[in-house]
Write a new protein. Structure first.
Lengths: 110, 115
């Protein structure tokens, strides 16, 4: 069975400092990894996915199959980045069952 | 267009009662998902529909939980003989469908409180 681990429940970072939210997964196949974000009083929404290799709102995430990690990074934090972040895994193409981590609440200190 | 709509936004019920939670997906989305989120946890998969049929219901915790999507659009999650442990936010999401490799679009959720 697949599992997603986000070791930090809470993370506080000063504005302008680098941000890294950790995500590790366990799955024996070739999964697809996602980061979802939930801003205050908004619905859960997709931030980025590893297959698109995009940078969204300055965030990037690289899938490291050797370390089974998909850490989310941003070089310079902004106040509007304060939110709840969830890492999620889809086992393989065509399997629509997403498994989520427990989430990390990121707070940017002005 | 409109996003995924869930009603009611809040539901308080007594232990042992029956509840129905409704989800209106984005028009044209053939896949629909139900997740449950307890306090301090991430969303937990319950069931996934492709069209009218339940393609994967492996996340339903027991036979008190049932979901339908009779016309391939609106879905209803039904919980019988509710228990205090059923209290959670129930999230619905929709996507273009299996093999479309499309992201999930979530609703705002229904907060269920069982007293």
């Amino acid at each position: 069975a697949q599992r997603v681990t986000q070791p930090e429940k809470l993370l506080s970072v000063f504005k302008g400092a680098p941000v890294e939210l950790k995500c590790n997964y366990s799955y024996s196949g070739s999964p697809e990894l996602f980061w979802y974000v939930q801003y205050s009083r908004q619905r859960l929404q997709l931030l980025l996915r590893h297959i698109s290799r995009e940078s969204i709102k300055g965030f990037t995430a690289d899938l490291n199959k050797g370390e089974t990690s998909f850490h989310l990074k941003k070089p310079f934090a902004q106040e509007e980045d304060s939110a709840m972040y969830y890492c999620a895994l889809r086992p393989e193409f065509g399997n629509e069952k997403l498994t989520f981590g427990t989430g990390t609440r990121l707070t940017i200190i002005p | 267009g409109a996003g995924v709509s869930q009603t009611p936004s809040n539901k308080v019920t007594e232990k042992g009662k029956y509840v129905e939670l409704r989800c209106d997906p984005i028009s044209g989305h053939t896949a629909l998902y139900w997740y449950r989120q307890s306090l301090g946890q991430g969303p937990e998969f319950l069931i996934y529909f492709q069209g009218t049929g339940a393609a994967d219901d492996s996340g339903l915790p027991n036979d008190r939980f049932f979901a339908v999507r009779p016309e391939g659009s609106v879905s209803t999650l039904k919980i019988q003989r509710t228990e205090r442990g059923d209290s959670a936010v129930y999230l619905c999401a929709s996507s273009l469908g299996q093999y479309e490799n499309s992201p999930l679009h979530f609703g705002n959720g229904t907060r269920l409180t069982v007293t």
